[in-house]
Design a protein around this ligand. Structure first.
Ligand code: NAD
Length: 484
């Protein structure tokens, strides 16, 4: 337990299994690093395969009673969790800044967003409906019940340590499932703090288990090989997602996958440039660019490209860079590997002929800082347009027609989100239909909303989180053929 990390919040550092905080046996511990300094801030129990299976035992032991718990009671527990998170916004935000590096304003925004999943699913818990139809032959009724799918393994990334966990825990608990949460090893503290908070909100022992571990592959394979586990909900990279889909296939486990993105942001020549630049800043710089929804490629009509790029460059150059807790607008990236990757992509784009409008060189010294960067005249075949940048870099590409913009935007195996800016709503809607993405921001730089179905097409994922759809991912439909 650490209680001096941030004022007023005691953060457990052991595994949370069956309602108890326990060490990792001979699994040892691992360090959590502050990206602003590169120094450790805590060490956390490193869960083993045996610990993972103990989590499944605990989830199994709690499953039947939780599934029977009245939906209203499940909803009220989630509502208390929403209230506790809201009361502790400041402490949880500071904790996230310490382990993830993000700017304090982003961290506060994330706590609010994360807590909203508890509120939304508190409300949804009592709204789960089935169906009743007459069979086409008229002989009987078709009754469809929605039942909890069973034990769920939840695996989350480091970039939104709170929201990616609550976006899974909220609907799972509302639907009556018990869970094992394996947070990213870069950011286990927020997940552990959430485990403690859920217990305080009244979640019974064993319903939520939290397993930090650096043995992700081994732990995930062991849990997915256990036939009691019926659901995998994963948020992370497409590469790891693919390997988990392979593992899940062995026991035919239901999968929800929220994977990587490579979001295009299209600015048509009739766009309101104030709106487009503001939207581009949000779409690019929320979470310092470390978001699956981050605008990765900016396609701007040739007629407005110079003006848009100039304004975007000024806005990006005006952002302060520094430790998140010191109220900088842009915090450090998560680790040195992230800085190296961003530097490499920028260098390759410049070699291809791109021009640096602002930024473009990693910040020297302590911590993992990279400045807000705008690149113009990026050739459409440059590598930076093909991979997730996951940093504060905006490459701008020019286009001449709507058809060309759609073709360039769709030229990727990803399909999470796309952004379009135009004053002509019909034209924007036509383009929204043509873009291969699970979500479109039309004259908006943010799509995330707990009440909306979030998710991607193509290799950006399977299934949806949030909204009504998000809860159906944790249920199975059971059809009863009835005669009466
Ligand atoms: P990652 O794939 O490296 O890790 C995600 C999680 O998987 C972590 O908990 C990690 O410990 C675990 N993991 C790693 N290797 C594993 C393995 N072999 N078996 C089982 N688990 C394993 O991703 P990341 O770097 O933490 O997060 C960034 C990625 O997440 C980006 O690609 C981003 O686009 C994506 N992301 C997607 C969404 C979305 O909703 N679509 C949201 C946030 C982040």
């Amino acid at each position: 337990m650490i209680d001096d990390l941030v004022t007023g919040l005691r953060v457990p550092t052991d595994l949370y299994v069956g309602g108890a905080w326990v060490g990792a046996g001979d699994g040892g511990r691992f360090d959590v690093i502050d990206p602003a300094t590169g120094l450790p801030i805590a060490d956390v129990a490193n869960g083993t395969v045996e610990d993972a299976l103990r989590c499944v035992d605990a989830a199994d032991g709690a499953a039947a009673a939780w599934a029977r718990t009245a939906p209203r009671e499940r909803g009220e527990i989630l509502r208390r969790a929403f209230e506790l998170m809201t009361e502790r916004t400041e402490q949880l935000a500071e904790l996230m800044v310490r382990e993830n590096g993000k700017a304090l304003a982003d961290a506060r925004g994330e706590v609010r967003y994360a807590a909203e999943f508890f509120r939304w699913y508190a409300e949804e818990a009592v709204r789960l409906s089935g169906e009743l139809r007459t069979a086409p032959a008229g002989t009987n009724r078709i009754m469809v019940l929605r039942q909890p799918i069973g034990i769920a393994l939840l695996i989350t990334p480091w970039n939104f340590p709170a929201a990616m966990a609550t976006r899974k825990i909220g609907p799972a608990l509302a639907a009556g499932c018990t869970v094992v949460l394996k947070p990213a090893s870069e950011t286990p503290l927020t997940a552990l703090a959430l485990g403690a908070l859920l217990s305080e909100a009244g979640v019974p022992d064993g319903v939520v288990n939290v397993l930090p571990s650096r043995r992700s592959g081994d732990v995930a394979s062991a849990v997915l090989a256990d036939p009691r586990v019926r659901k995998l909900s994963f948020t992370g990279s497409t590469e790891v997602g693919r390997s988990l889909l392979g593992l899940a296939a062995q026991q035919v486990v239901s999968c929800s996958m929220e994977l990587g993105g490579n979001a295009p942001l299209v600015v048509l020549e009739d766009a309101d440039l104030d709106v487009a630049v503001e939207g581009a800043m949000l779409a690019k710089m929320r979470n310092g660019g470390e978001a699956c929804t981050a605008a990765n490629r900016m396609y701007v009509h040739r007629a407005v490209a110079d003006e848009f790029t100039r304004r975007l460059g000024e806005a990006m150059a005006g952002l302060s860079v520094g430790p998140g807790l010191e109220d900088a607008a842009v915090g450090p990236l998560v680790n040195q590997a992230a800085v190296d990757k961003v530097s490499e992509l920028v260098a390759a784009a410049v070699d291809d002929g791109a021009r640096v409008v602002t930024g473009g060189e990693a910040v020297e010294g302590r911590g993992f800082f990279y400045p807000p960067t705008v690149l113009s005249d990026v050739p459409p075949t440059s590598r930076i347009l093909e991979e997730e940048i996951f940093g504060p870099v905006a490459p701008v590409v020019r286009f001449d027609s709507d058809e060309e913009a759609v073709r360039l935007a769709n030229r990727t195996e990803y399909g999470l989100v796309a952004y379009v800016f135009t004053r002509d709503l019909a034209r924007g809607l036509r383009m929204s239909e043509a873009l291969e993405a699970g979500m479109v921001g039309l004259n908006r730089g943010v799509v995330s909303d707990p009440a909306a179905p979030f998710g991607g097409v193509k290799q950006s994922g399977l299934g949806r989180e949030g909204g009504h759809e998000g809860m159906l991912e944790y249920t199975e439909s059971k059809y009863v053929a009835v005669e009466w």
